[in-house]
Design a protein around this ligand. Structure first.
Ligand SMILES: [Zn+2]
Length: 405
């Protein structure tokens, strides 16, 4: 039917695919009863069959084809000349997948999938867990359910006391993180949030206690602020973390070396945490031109132990010359605090008003004068066929994996 097939592309090179015109003329109305199920639910094997999704089993894992994803979300497909990168796009959502890679670009920023995109029978396949936990929350953020209004933000400055965290020639992570949360507090209060700080001063706070403070709050989110360091002095840029979905590897884990028996879907908070990370990350990159290391997953203690939506921001590398100078600049940290506050506000807007969070391109357009806010409750007037986004350069060196930030 729809054919995002590899050989065709390796032969003809770059070529636009006219994907099943009628099916894609208009994105499916997600407001109908049938389509309100998330892919996680739709594709669950013990759930009643859903015609929207054709699950393909490869080894122990469930996959969906890029064709299927394109059709469901109303995206047009292009494969690049190498036949290894597929870009699905409808002018309002963009998804770039690379064969045999966990790296994906979703709406202009780097994402790390739990499992690599694979090919089978000439089709690109994406794991069901990635579709449900990474792609769906970004392509249809309005589908994320919340029970209550978001009222409280718990801000967590990483490290403190004897635990200085990362250090540069200018200062230490514990001081910078505390300064950012102190600057964030009034910004969030001005937006109507109640704000709680896990630490107000230069004191050591065990990780479980930070999570405990968060878990005492209601209608709340948890935002932990950190700065990076690694032995590789070239590593630079922003990254952001939310909890790894159940049954999946973290970004720093080797997806192929591990066996995952538990493939259950996670809780509703997973989706909220992930959406929060995406909303804040787009704002950070949209306000500050740092290197995009991506939206990542980890099982850091503060993410694992918190029972409310939780993210961990890494605001640059103290081990890298330019980043460390930026972070040492109070005005730069004020800008970072502003960007994070705007991201949090955007997260509130999607959960409460169904208003699409601004994307990195929206922030940059806003800076240059033109901005459009899309209402996701309404389907777009027309399906645009905009050019494929530029290929984003590969990541620079990784930070030290698997250690607490
Ligand atoms: Zn840290």
């Amino acid at each position: 039917m729809i054919a995002l097939r590899l050989p065709a592309f390796s032969i003809v090179g770059a070529m636009a695919l006219m994907l099943a015109g009628t099916a894609l003329a208009k994105p499916r109305k997600s407001s109908t009863a049938k389509s309100t199920a998330t892919p996680a639910v739709a594709a669950k094997q013990d759930a009643k069959p859903n015609a929207d999704w054709q699950v393909i089993k490869v080894g122990p894992r469930d996959y969906l084809s890029a064709d299927n994803i394109a059709k469901f979300y109303g995206l047009l497909g292009n494969v690049d000349a190498t036949g290894k990168i597929v870009v699905l796009n409808n002018g309002r959502n963009q998804l770039q997948l690379t064969l045999n890679s966990r790296e994906a670009i979703v709406n202009g920023v780097r994402n790390w999938l739990c499992f690599p995109v694979i090919a089978q029978n000439d089709k690109f396949l994406v794991s069901r867990i990635d579709l449900a936990k990474t792609i769906e929350p970004q392509l249809r953020p309005q589908m994320i359910q919340r029970k209550a209004r978001l009222q409280t933000v718990v801000l967590d400055a990483g490290h403190g006391g004897f635990d200085k965290g990362a250090r540069s020639g200018f200062g230490s992570e514990k001081e910078y993180a505390l300064d950012v949360v102190r600057q964030l507090r009034p910004l969030l209060q001005a937006k109507g949030f109640k704000v709680i700080l896990t630490r107000e001063n230069d004191v050591f706070l065990p990780l479980p206690l930070r999570a405990h403070i968060a878990n005492q709050t209601r209608d709340s989110i948890f935002v932990s602020i950190h700065f990076n360091a690694t032995s590789n002095r070239d590593a630079t840029g922003f990254e952001i973390f939310s909890l790894t979905p159940r049954g999946a590897p973290s970004t720093a884990d080797d997806a192929l070396a591990l066996s995952f028996l538990n493939m259950q879907a996670g809780s509703a908070v997973d989706a909220q945490s992930f959406e929060l990370s995406a909303a804040v990350y787009h704002s950070m990159l949209g306000h500050i031109p740092e290197f995009d290391r991506g939206i990542k997953r980890a099982r850091f203690a503060v993410l694992r132990l918190t029972k409310i939506p939780a993210i961990l921001v890494e605001g640059g590398f103290l081990s890298e010359t330019n980043d460390s100078k930026s972070v040492a600049n109070p005005a730069w940290r004020a800008k970072l605090a502003e960007a994070i506050s705007v991201g949090i506000e955007n997260y509130r807007n999607v959960t409460e008003k169904k208003q699409r969070p601004m994307l990195v391109a929206d922030y940059r357009a806003q800076d240059s004068g033109g901005i459009t806010v899309l209402n996701l409750a309404e389907p777009p007037a027309r399906l645009e066929s905009s050019p494929a986004p530029g290929i984003v350069p590969v990541s620079n060196p990784p930070a030290d994996p698997n250690k607490e930030p």
